[in-house]
Design a protein. Structure first.
Length: 137
C-alpha cells in the first residue's frame, strides 16, 4: 500500500483558461471579481488574486502555442468540463454582479450537501463559475 504524503512541494501558481474574446472576458472577470490587473497584453490578461496566485485569460488562438493543440470550441448554451468554485462573504453582491454582467444562471442560490450555500453560473465561454459561502453551523 502506498502511503499518501500530505507535504507536497507541488503548488498551484496560475489558473489559465482559453477565451474566444479576450477583451470581453477581461471585462467580465474584472467587473465581477474586482481582482487586481497584473498584466495585459495582446494575447493574455493576468489577474493577481488575493493569495498572490494568478488567474490568466488567454486568446484561444494563442493558447495553443504551449500545449501544441487547439482547445475545443464550446457551442453556445453549453458548458465546459471546467468549474471555478469561489467563496465570498459578499455572496449576494457577487451574484448581482454576475447577473449584471451577463453570466448565464445554471442553478440558483441554494443549500448544498457539503455545507455551503452556492449558485452556479457560466462565463461567456461556458466555464462554470460557482460562488458560495459556508453555512454557519
Amino acid at each position: 500500500m502506498h502511503k499518501i504524503n500530505n507535504q507536497s512541494d507541488v503548488h498551484l501558481v496560475s489558473t489559465i483558461i482559453a477565451v474566444s474574446d479576450l477583451e470581453r472576458s477581461t471585462q467580465f472577470y474584472s467587473e465581477i471579481f474586482q481582482w487586481k490587473l497584473f498584466l495585459q497584453e495582446e494575447a493574455v490578461t493576468i489577474f493577481e488574486l488575493p493569495d498572490k496566485k494568478h488567474f490568466m485569460l488567454y486568446k484561444k488562438e494563442s493558447f495553443a502555442i504551449n500545449p501544441g493543440q487547439q482547445p475545443i470550441i464550446v457551442p453556445d448554451g453549453s458548458i465546459t468540463a471546467t468549474e471555478f468554485y469561489f467563496h465570498t462573504q459578499r455572496l449576494e453582491e457577487v451574484i448581482q454582479r454576475l447577473e449584471t454582467h451577463g453570466a448565464r444562471l445554471l442553478t440558483s442560490l441554494a443549500r448544498r450537501t457539503w455545507g455551503d450555500e452556492a449558485a452556479y453560473y457560466s462565463d461567456p465561454d461556458g466555464n462554470v463559475i460557482a460562488v458560495g459561502r459556508p453555512l454557519k453551523k
